[in-house]
Design a protein around this ligand. Structure first.
Ligand code: NAD
Length: 446
C-alpha cells in the first residue's frame, strides 16, 4: 500500500507547496535492512550514574561512535538519556536541559532514548513523581521531534541493571531502523533474563515459529521478517486463503497449516504440526483477527460473537493447549497482536475494542505462566497500518487516520512485524506481560 502524499512532499516541488500551505510534511522513515548500521551517527550518552558509564562502555564495544559530552555542531545519530537514579523532580532539570542543548544537532531519523525506573508504590512520593515525570517528558519530546526522529524509553525494574540483556536488546531495537514507526513509547524490562544472540542479524536462528493469519497483510509481513531473522516457519490461515498462504510459504520456505483458529482443537493441531514437521515449537504469533464494525445500537449476536471468538477466545484456548504441552517448555515465546482501538476505543468498534483490550489483559495475566518455563508473552498494538483493511476506509477518514500521529503517516506491515520479531527473540526475554504500541504515537486519546 502506498501513501502518495508522503512520496510527494519528499520531492522538491511538493515539499515547498506543503511548507507554504502549512500542510503536514511526513518524513521518509529509515527502515531496517540487513547490514544497516545500528545508528545514523555518533551516540551521545548523557547522565553521570554508574548505569550511564556501563551503558556507554557497552555501546563502545559495539563499535558505535560514543560521546559522553556534546561536540558543538556535530550531527548526532542518537541521544541516550540515562535517568536511572532520580530522587526528586528537581533532579530532572540538569540532564534534560543538557539534552535540550543537543536537540538541534539530531540528524534525520535520529533517536532519543531515556533509561529510567518505574514509578511504583515502592518508591517514595518524590522519587515516584520524578520517575513518572520522565513519562510525560518523553512523550512530549516525541511530539516535538521532526524528520523521522523518534523518542522512546526503557524502564528498568528496580533490580535490573542498565546493561542487562533485555535492556541492551531494547536499546538496540529503539536505536535501529526496526523501530521506525514506534514513537513516544516505553518498554519495561522486568527481569535480568534474556540472552543476546551470537549473531545480531539472525536473532531467531534455530527457532520454530507459528504465525496465524499469515496469508496476507501484517501476518505475511511477520512471516517474512521472522524468516529474515532466521526462524523456521509454520504459517496458519483459513482454508479459503490457501493459495495466498502457499505463496507466502514458498517465499519464506515454511510449511502451511490450513486451520480456523477458532476450532476447538486448533492448539493441538498447531503443536502436532510443528513437532511432526519441524521437531519443536518455540514461538507462537497470534496475528489472525477480524473486524465486524457496527455501532453498538445496531450490534447483533453474529458480529459480536465472531469478533470476540476469533480475536480473543481462540487465543485463550490455543494458549491453554500450549501451556499444557510438554513441547512448549523451552523458553517459549508468545506475541499477540492487539490494537490501539483496544486502548483508546474507536467508534463502531465496541466488539473489536473489547477483543483487543482482552488481548492485553490476557497477556498481562499469562506472563507468570510463561515465566515458569523461562518464557514470555507480550502484545503489540498497531495504530494505522497501510493494509488491505485500511485501504478500504473512505479517503477522508483514511487521511485523518494516517496523519494524526507524530510521524504524520501510516505504518507499514513490516513495522509491526519488526516489533513482533523483537519481542519473540530470546534477547527480549526480560520483557514479559508488556504491550508495545506501533502507531507513530497516534493521538489515541488515552
Ligand atoms: P487482514 O484481514 O489483512 O489479515 C488477517 C488474516 O487473518 C487473513 O489472512 C485472514 O484469512 C486470517 N484469519 C481471519 N480469521 C481467521 C481464522 N479464524 N483462522 C485463521 N486465520 C484467520 O488483517 P491485517 O490488517 O493484516 O491485520 C492483522 C492483525 O493486526 C489483526 O489481528 C488486526 O486486528 C490487527 N491490526 C491491524 C491494524 C491495521 O491497521 N491493519 C491495526 C491494528 C491491529
Amino acid at each position: 500500500m502506498t501513501d502518495k502524499y508522503t512520496t510527494l512532499v519528499n520531492q522538491v516541488v511538493g515539499k515547498n507547496i506543503a511548507k507554504r500551505l502549512g500542510l503536514p510534511r511526513p518524513a521518509l522513515l529509515r527502515r531496517y535492512t540487513p547490514g544497516q548500521p545500528l545508528a545514523t551517527g555518533p551516540v551521545l550518552v548523557q547522565g553521570n550514574t554508574s548505569g550511564a558509564d556501563e551503558l556507554a562502555a557497552t555501546l563502545l564495544s559495539w563499535d558505535l561512535d560514543v560521546r559522553r559530552h556534546a561536540v558543538p555542531r556535530e550531527k548526532l545519530g542518537a541521544i541516550i538519556l540515562v535517568l536511572d537514579e532520580l530522587n526528586r523532580p528537581e533532579d530532572l532539570e540538569k540532564p534534560v536541559l543538557s539534552a535540550a542543548a543537543s536537540l538541534r544537532d539530531l540528524g534525520a531519523s535520529a533517536r532519543v532514548i531515556t533509561v529510567s525506573r518505574p514509578a511504583t508504590e515502592s518508591a517514595s512520593p518524590a522519587q515516584s513523581a520524578a520517575r513518572q515525570g520522565v513519562d510525560g517528558f518523553l512523550r512530549s519530546l516525541a511530539k516535538e521531534l521532526r524528520a523521522g526522529a523518534t523518542a522512546n524509553g526503557i524502564v528498568l525494574a528496580e533490580s535490573v541493571q542498565s546493561t542487562s540483556p533485555s535492556a541492551l536488546a531494547a536499546l538496540r531495537f529503539f536505536l535501529s531502523g526496526r523501530s521506525a514507526f514506534v514513537d513516544g513509547q516505553f518498554l519495561t524490562v522486568a527481569t535480568e533474563q534474556g540472552q543476546l544472540p551470537p549473531d545480531f542479524e539472525k536473532p531467531l536462528a534455530g527457532k520454530v515459529a507459528v504465525v496465524t493469519g499469515a496469508a496476507r497483510g501484517i501476518g505475511a509481513a511477520i512471516a517474512r521478517t521472522l524468516h529474515r531473522d532466521g526462524a523456521t516457519l509454520v504459517l496458519v490461515d483459513i482454508p479459503s486463503a490457501g493459495d495466498h498462504l502457499a505463496a507466502v510459504a514458498n517465499e519464506v520456505r515454511g510449511t502451511t497449516l490450513q486451520l480456523d483458529i477458532s476450532s476447538a482443537d486448533a492448539g493441538q493441531r498447531i503443536i502436532d504440526h510443528a513437532v511432526q514437521r519441524h521437531g519443536h515449537l518455540d514461538i507462537v504469533i497470534h496475528n489472525a483477527g477480524i473486524t465486524r464494525d457496527k455501532l453498538l445500537a445496531n450490534m447483533d449476536h453474529g458480529r459480536w460473537n465472531s469478533v470476540l471468538n476469533i480475536n480473543i477466545a481462540a487465543q485463550l484456548r490455543i494458549n491453554e493447549a500450549l501451556l499444557a504441552s510438554e513441547h512448549f517448555r523451552n523458553s517459549p515465546r508468545i506475541v499477540s497482536v492487539a490494537s490501539t482501538s483496544g486502548i483508546a476505543g474507536n467508534r463502531g468498534q465496541t466488539n473489536y475494542a473489547a477483543s483487543k483490550g482482552g488481548v492485553m489483559g490476557m497477556v498481562r495475566a499469562s506472563a507468570p505462566l510463561l515465566a515458569a518455563n523461562g518464557g514470555s508473552i507480550n502484545a503489540v498494538a498497531p495504530g494505522f497500518i497501510e493494509t488491505d483493511m485500511t485501504a478500504r476506509i473512505p479517503f477522508a477518514v483514511r487521511e485523518v487516520g494516517r496523519r494524526l500521529n507524530s510521524l504524520q503517516q501510516g505504518g507499514q506491515p513490516a513495522d509491526v512485524a519488526e516489533a513482533i520479531a523483537f519481542l519473540a527473540s530470546d534477547a527480549a526475554g526480560g520483557i514479559n506481560g508488556d504491550v508495545l504500541r506501533v502507531c507513530g504515537q497516534n493521538l489515541v486519546g488515552a
